[in-house]
Design a binder for this molecule. Structure first.
Ligand SMILES: Cc1cc2nc3c(=O)[nH]c(=O)nc-3n(C[C@H](O)[C@H](O)[C@H](O)COP(=O)(O)OP(=O)(O)OC[C@H]3O[C@@H](n4cnc5c(N)ncnc54)[C@H](O)[C@@H]3O)c2cc1C
Length: 228
């Protein structure tokens, strides 16, 4: 595996903007989608993120909407006791927020190797932006606990060559899925060859997947975006 070292996040010149909430809807018991007015001069690339500010707290969120969309959409996990996500989960229409951005280099790169997108939970957000901006033909693994957390499933399935729901706590029945973690699927089911891997979500998944790629998919590239 060739480690791809990208410039440190946040070094690009980012502007500060003000916006307001236009919609806030539940994606599952643990996650919600926040829709914000897109400021006139805010431009970004699919896969980038912004930094929301409220009451002295700053947190980064990947943008789930495509650059060509009229609004900005964020896919956010409601963290129990979380200083910002709990506030955002309750934010109704017209709540005003400030943000800076865009930040980051987690963008899709055209390649001769097939792309494998791996997300845990709300780590699906940048892949929604990529798919919404025309990227298709990828393999996508979405690791969540139960099928209720497979937000954006239909949208992504329509654009993927293979969409694999990896459910770690799945009761019998329900939609077709792989019963286990994304790393179990990669280890036991993904055809051995050279890929471009894009990993987004929890750092333990990113660490374990990177080690696995090293061992099982020589020559592959790994791009990462770590949430926490
Ligand atoms: C580059 C980047 C992009 C990100 N993009 C997204 C995104 O698109 N969607 C999204 O939901 N989050 C995203 N995050 C995480 C986000 O920035 C916040 O960390 C998260 O919303 C928690 O903030 P909080 O203020 O609510 O919780 P805090 O007050 O910061 O934390 C409260 C407690 O929860 C724990 N915790 C923090 N985050 C999580 C989590 N995700 N799950 C479980 N426990 C947690 C903390 O360790 C702490 O103990 C991103 C983070 C980074 C660095």
């Amino acid at each position: 595996m060739e480690a791809v070292r990208l410039p440190a996040a946040g070094v690009n010149a980012a502007e500060r903007f003000t916006t307001r909430v236009t919609a806030n809807h539940r994606l599952s018991a643990k996650a919600f989608e926040l829709t914000l007015v897109k400021p006139l001069h805010f431009d970004f690339s699919a896969g980038q993120r912004l930094r929301l500010e409220f009451d002295g707290v700053q947190r980064d969120y990947s943008i789930a909407s495509a650059p060509a969309e009229a609004d900005l959409r964020l896919c956010i996990r409601q963290v129990e006791g979380g200083r910002l996500s709990e506030h955002l989960a309750r934010a109704g229409a017209d709540v005003r927020l400030a943000f800076s951005g865009p930040f980051g280099y987690f963008t899709f790169r055209t390649s001769s190797h097939p792309a494998v997108f791996v997300a845990t939970g709300t780590g699906i957000a940048p892949f929604c932006a990529m798919a919404g901006s025309g990227v298709c033909g990828f393999t996508l693994l979405h690791g969540v606990e139960t099928a209720a957390d497979l937000y954006y499933r239909d949208f992504l399935q329509a654009r993927a060559t293979a969409y694999v729901a990896c459910l770690s706590a799945s009761p019998p029945g329900g939609p077709a899925h792989f019963p286990g973690r994304v790393t179990d699927y990669l280890q036991n089911r993904l055809e051995p060859r050279t890929y471009d891997f894009y990993l987004c979500g929890r750092q333990d998944m990113i660490r374990d997947t990177t080690l696995l790629v090293d061992a099982q998919f020589p020559g592959s590239l790994v791009y990462t975006e770590t949430f926490y």
